[in-house]
Design a protein around this ligand. Structure first.
Ligand SMILES: [Zn+2]
Length: 187
């Protein structure tokens, strides 16, 4: 029915017009967004000019930005994952402060596992391989390597804010207002 329709995702905003998530950016396929429009769960804020869907009874443009009609609270605790540790630490080694792509990052136990350190938000930090090797299984005070920030469980809000500084590769022009306006106002 639609050529290349998979290339027409909609940016999904919460009912407060902020993206449901920044990293990864909340995007729905055109099928999901069209369905949500028919179910009256979302308002359409912007549409793709060049593409329409046809049903027996109507023709509609594919939405490019939609907002949920009902607010979804986003205050759940963030998952303790490798990626979220990197995101909390802004993809920067906590010892030398270099920013690196994720495949060049590792994570380090501040109190080494060999000395009883646990794998928790409070004891795991982002590290580059050289710093990780250097620190090995030494205590921070033994080798004088202390993480830049004391590691702790981040709030979802903190992760969202960190994610905002890392825009995805592809941004439809109609999304920009919803992604960067408040950032620029703060700046
Ligand atoms: Zn480093």
């Amino acid at each position: 029915m639609l050529a290349h329709a998979q290339h027409y995702p909609a940016l999904v905003l919460n009912a407060d017009f902020r993206p449901l998530s920044y990293f990864p950016l909340s995007l729905w396929s055109w099928q999901e967004s069209v369905k949500a429009v028919f179910l009256d769960r979302v308002s359409v804020l912007s549409e793709y000019d060049e593409i329409q869907v046809h049903s027996p009874s109507c023709v509609m443009r594919v939405p490019s930005v939609i907002a949920l009609k009902e607010y979804i609270p986003t205050a759940r605790r963030p998952a303790f994952t490798r990626f979220n540790v990197f995101l909390r630490d802004n993809f920067a080694c906590q010892y030398c402060h270099d920013r690196l792509p994720t495949h060049e990052l590792t994570f380090d136990h501040v109190i080494p596992r060999a000395k009883g350190g646990r794998t928790t938000w409070e004891n795991v930090v982002t590290a580059c391989s050289p710093c990780n090797l250097l620190k090995g299984s030494k205590m921070p005070s033994e080798i004088g390597m202390h993480p830049r920030l004391k590691p702790a469980q981040p709030t979802t809000r903190r992760l969202q804010e960190n994610g905002r500084s890392f825009p995805p590769n592809y941004l439809h022009e109609s999304w920009r207002d919803y992604l960067y306006w408040d950032t620029e106002l703060e700046g």
